[in-house]
Design a protein around this ligand. Sequence first.
Ligand code: CP
Ligand code: NVA
Length: 301
Amino acid sequence: MKHLLKLSDLTSEEIVEILNLADQLKYEKKNGIEHKHLAGKSLGMIFEKASTRTRVSFEVGMYELGGNPMFLSSNDLQIGRGEPVEDTARVLSRFIDAIMIRTFDQAEVEDLAKYGSIPVINGLTDYAHPCQVLADLLTIREHKGKLQGLKLCFVGDGNNMANSLIVGCIKSGMSVAIACPETNKPDAEIMAWAEKNGDFVCTSDIKAAATGADVVYTDVWASMGQEAEAEERKKIFAGYQVNEELMALANDGAMVLHCLPAHRGEEITAETFEKHADEIFDEAENRLHAQKAVLVMVMKD
Ligand code: CP
Ligand code: NVA
């Protein structure tokens, strides 16, 4: 594995390998066992959007692996003033050992990888959020003891989270039901791939999607960059809320996951969020362990 640009680039075996290494690194951390696999290596972290979890987990993760994380805000980089990504990629490749980038356009991430000579990790684009989904799979496997054969229902916008969940879950042998309005479906190519390669449905019938689910997942109705549409989106997604009535249709013991940040009273009720807070914050913690596994896999000599 040279980069982590999107989950469709990974094989099912590579996903399992990341999850297994994440389990091991988590165990080592909890037991005070040193694991400085990236001593002397530097990670540049380019952020063109806000972040709490991604920034902190990558920064702490690199530190725990013995390496050096560098926060690079696009407000301060020349990239924010129009320096081409091709040049940024080649310059950074001369200084550091890997790049993590959070930005808008997936093409920018792919271009960094194309023009640079060091590993690139996608820390979220409008198209995908692969690091989050690796942490999600780790959390589901921890709580349920397996992935194969479980049903995940995603409720809400067919956004970056929906796209990456479809790919990650189908590659892990799960079935996926997306509940979203007709106007806000996930990426058409990803859906066509999922229909061919697994048990996949996309419907506007939220009840049908949630029935028999082992994991119910939701995300904000307005993603970063869509702030101006927030009021309009509240109308579009009004019926797409995870609440106790919906959870009654899911399997007994079904988990609720949310990538966070959450908007209580919109995509999820405060009641359902708090009932499942342990799962949701395990999921947040697992960003650290899953990303450390990715960093080791792409950066270790
Ligand atoms: N879930 C997630 O990526 O959180 P941040 O936006 O805080 O990084
Ligand atoms: N869909 C959200 C995910 C945040 C982690 C966004 O892109 O803002």
